[in-house]
Design a protein around this ligand. Sequence first.
Ligand code: HPA
Length: 272
Amino acid sequence: MIKYVKEATDFLLSRIASHLEIGVITGTGLGGLTDRMERGIQIPYEDIPHFPISTIEGHRGTLVSGTLAGRFVLAMEGRFHLYEGYSLQEVTIPIRIMSKLGIKYLFISSAAGGLNFHFNQGDLMIVTDHMNFTGSNPLIGPNIDEFGPRFPDMSKIYDSALIKLAKQQSLKLGIDLKQGVYAGVMGPSLETPAETRFLRMIGADAVGMSTVPEVIVGAHCGLRIAVIVVITNINMPDCMKETSIEEVISTANSASPVLADLWENIINALPE
Ligand code: HPA
């Protein structure tokens, strides 16, 4: 792992700006934020040593460096999921690489199903905590001490100052930003009504097939993390509707400009 991260980092360091501060991951249908960047270099994932390749619809598969609101950003347009057949180590290697490249903040967006009764399709939710239901953990195996400790604390992964900033900026923009707990599952099958009822009962507000492995590795590396998800569909166990990938992508696409506004404002308001 150390060798792979080093080779990828050396490859990227020779091509992109130093002083990177912010790592961004855009998920399904949510590439709008990177369209706002003053783009420097963009590199297809397949050119980066040891980088996995996105295999699914709605994900671009490019690493973009540039600036946004005057800050140096490295953005992944498209991410990797367990359900594509990647291991947790593969899904999360980009986070370790970004951390070695010097980013301090990790900003993640993804699509999620809404479980909270007060949520509507298209809502944005800032994640305040998560539950790992992937059945595994990306930190299994020998600990790499140069990244972080064997038993990393997970009591405050979602940075409270960033949550506050997101709430302030959403108020300014007139966005009704929801907040809640994200349950990360493996997928690719969606939840049954019984699973949906269970997730609601135990306190999850949204459910999705990404984010949690990336956040665990980001927290292990000591990054300051904020996650905003788009509620692309509402899951009600007693009148479960079918969810299709078309619906998820189209809701994500519609929410993408508002989400991009919010991230841009957050980045603009970050302390120097
Ligand atoms: N369940 C899991 N993942 C998802 C969903 C969902 O309902 N919607 C978007 N990603």
